[in-house]
Unconditional design. Structure first.
Length: 438
């Protein structure tokens, strides 16, 4: 048991260590390229929106996201600089180590050269050999002198090799410092861009504040509309549940009627004097059938329900071209107030085709104020498409994944948008967690 616990602790330690490893420069560069792509896309959408309308929530949201992306870009560059600083520190430490090693090698080599100089005459050489006590001792002294000469040569080679290694590390150090200068220059440019973006954000915010009363009335009207949409979704789900329960009760009653008829027939056949009343009484004592997972599930939609659930995180977006304007939950408005969404809002072009994110059956098509909504049932799940200008489907119709069900309308600011929801029979679910990443 102790061994198992120890193994688990060691595994967790190394897992935490591995997850804490900083990204490499190559990984940071990939992240940087992705951020550049996202910034360019956001800039493009921002320019398109500016050309169409005056300052609005969409512009404020886009420039907000652009500032966030720019902050992430600078954070990425700072991480790159940290890696380069660590690299510089490591290389400089190697150079310092080679400097110390060279000093030691040179001192040792100098000592050996001094000794060789003092004993440089042939007389000293021969005297050292012939002063040996025996022939074997003389041979050993000759071998010693040869090894000492080889040692001095090796010292010289070590000095040259260490000098070459030091030169290479100094060259590497220079290259790393040059890269750092380039990255620092990039950071300065990105900081200038960030400052301009913040100024643009402040400008749009100031313009929106001038429209304070108008925007407040728009958001108040939008909130009322969202409440009506939420109620319409709840009504559609309740209707589906009621119909499913009625169908289940009718089916159970029909099955019970058939079973009783069979029991009665069998009773008459096997025993002519069988009391039908006692048979019916005994039937009532039969244990109740096991309750299904959901009353909404039946033989026709069980597979659809399972497929929908298994595709969580990979469903297509309801529009081909769009931008997430409001996310699920609490959203902050330019005024600083909060706006709570039970779904998401995707900004898109007015008239853009709105498509079903999965196969299913149209549960409800209805008007809410001057917009239309479509609710599609996928087993025990429901997807809802609101703020449609026109609708191409009708109640009870089977739809396929990617089928056009309507077209996007303009929102209260005059910008094309689609409100998208996902629900089960009890809860509002975050649609963004069900859609594939863009």
């Amino acid at each position: 048991m102790v061994k198992i616990l120890l193994s688990a602790v060691v595994f967790l330690f190394f897992s935490a260590f591995a997850s804490a490893q900083p990204p490499t420069r190559e990984e940071l560069e990939k992240q940087r390229q992705q951020l550049k792509k996202e910034i360019e896309q956001t800039e493009k959408m921002l320019n398109e929106n500016k050309a169409k309308t005056k300052e609005n929530f969409v512009q404020w949201k886009l420039v907000n996201d652009k500032v966030t992306l720019q902050d992430r870009m600078i954070d990425n560059i700072n991480k790159d600089i940290d890696l380069l600083d660590n690299n510089i520190f490591t290389v400089q430490r190697d150079v310092n180590r080679y400097d110390k090693l060279l000093d030691t090698l040179k001192q040792e080599y100098a000592k050996s050269m001094v000794y060789a100089y003092k004993n440089r005459s042939n007389y000293e050489f021969l005297n050292f050999i012939f002063s040996a006590a025996s022939f074997n001792d003389a041979i050993k002294r000759i071998a010693y002198l040869k090894s000492y000469r080889s040692y001095r040569e090796m010292q010289g080679e070590n000095i040259l090799r260490t000098q070459e290694l030091r030169r290479q590390r100094i060259e590497t150090l220079g290259g790393v410092k040059e890269k750092k200068n380039i990255v620092l220059g990039s950071k300065n440019k990105e900081m200038e861009v960030l400052e301009k973006q913040k100024q643009e954000k402040d400008r749009i915010l100031a313009e929106l504040k001038k429209q304070g009363k108008q925007l407040s009335s728009q958001y108040a009207a939008k909130k009322k509309q969202m409440t009506k949409v939420d109620n319409a979704i709840a009504a559609a789900i309740k209707k589906a549940l009621d119909e499913a329960r009625r169908a289940a009760i009718a089916k159970a009653a029909d099955e019970e009627k058939k079973r009783l008829a069979t029991e009665k027939l069998n009773a008459k056949t096997n025993a002519g004097n069988t009391n039908v009343k006692s048979v019916a009484t005994s039937v009532k004592k039969v244990p109740a059938r096991k309750v299904e997972e959901s009353v909404l599930l039946n033989a026709e939609n069980t597979a659809v329900n399972a497929n929908f659930k298994n595709n969580r995180g990979s469903l297509p977006w309801p529009v081909d071209k769009g931008y997430l304007l409001m996310h699920f939950g609490t959203n902050q408005l330019p005024s600083g107030n909060d706006f709570v969404m039970n779904g998401i809002t995707v900004a898109t072009d007015v008239g853009s085709p709105v498509k079903s994110v999965f196969e299913g059956v149209v549960s409800q098509v209805r008007y809410v104020d001057d917009i239309q909504i479509v609710v599609i049932q996928h087993g025990q799940y429901f997807s809802t498409y609101s703020n449609l200008g026109s609708v191409n489907v009708q109640n009870g119709q089977n739809v396929k994944i990617g089928q056009v069900i309507g077209k996007a309308a303009a929102n209260m600011e005059g910008v094309g948008a689609v409100d998208f929801y996902i629900n089960d029979e009890k809860n509002n679910l975050d649609p963004q967690k069900w859609l594939r990443a863009r």
